[in-house]
Design a protein around this ligand. Structure first.
Ligand code: GDP
Ligand code: MG
Length: 242
């Protein structure tokens, strides 16, 4: 068999393939919508936190639990390929956290979150935070039914990332420039990152934070508490109108 023949040969029974990834995302969107409805019924603000591995998501959530754990009824779902490590770290500071182990999958899908939610009671919960698997690529495509997507970019990652991974920045509402305490030691321009990210998504809010020296952590916690209050007020307004 010569090469040309081999490359152009159509196998018997060949069908034109649909884009299966698109179908997968449609199925995901369907479950994400169910999560959104459940969160609306129960009046829970759902936050999806994404970033590259090691940008400081779990450390930030530890700080968040320490600061506002007694001000808001909060639970955390945390995704990783293996281990219970992040949930353990969060439980160490008193947070009610549950680990979703994806078994090698590089992102959380809505059905994983749905199953995770069945793992604990949501009664009285006001804020549910999801720490997604560390990765700026795949998690960008999977809607988890969240109210807000929050993405961290650490000063250690280089300031060229927003344009290289645009979908994550396009689909986020808040950008947290993390590890800002390391800025004096690194060739990283916050201005460049913010300009590139806002070129992709002009509405993106930005906060600079450090879980080591506390910069921006109060602002982040206030942002969260304000969003919880806004969701509850909106629900009250709907209930009063009915
Ligand atoms: N210098 C500095 N290091 C941080 C900060 N936040 C987290 N780290 C460190 O970064 C590493 C990864 O943090 P982690 O929270 O596990 O990141 P995750 O993979 O995004 O959850 C750990 O060694 C943290 O101690 C920060 O604000 N500044
Ligand atoms: Mg983590």
């Amino acid at each position: 068999m010569d090469k040309a023949q081999k490359s152009t040969k159509t196998a018997r029974g060949t069908v034109t393939c649909d884009n299966t990834t698109m179908h997968l995302l449609k199925a995901n969107d369907f479950v994400a919508e169910s999560i959104r409805k459940k969160m609306a019924e129960k009046n829970i603000l759902l936050i999806n936190i994404t970033s590259s591995a090691g940008s400081g998501k779990t450390t930030l959530l530890q700080e968040t639990a320490r600061r506002i754990g007694d001000k808001v009824n909060m639970k955390i779902l945390v995704g990783d390929l293996e281990t219970e490590r992040d949930a353990d770290r969060l439980r160490d500071v008193g947070a009610d956290a549950l680990q979703i182990v994806t078994g090698g999958i590089c992102h959380l899908e809505a059905q994983m979150v749905w199953q995770g939610m069945e793992g604990f009671s949501l009664d009285g919960v006001e804020l549910l935070i999801i720490e997604n698997v560390g990765n700026l690529v795949c998690p960008a495509s999977f809607d988890l039914g969240e109210d807000y997507r929050v993405t961290l970019i650490a000063t250690t990652e280089g300031d060229d990332k927003p344009k290289k991974y645009p979908r994550m920045f396009l689909t986020s509402e808040l950008l947290l420039v993390s590890k800002i305490d390391l800025l004096p030691y690194l060739p990283f321009s916050v201005d460049n990152v913010v300009a590139d990210a806002r070129d992709i998504n002009p509405n993106l809010e930005v906060l600079e934070i450090s879980s080591i020296n506390d910069q921006g952590i109060d602002e982040w916690c206030n942002w969260l508490l304000n969003k919880v209050a806004e969701k509850q007020e909106a629900a009250k307004a709907v209930a009063n109108a009915e």
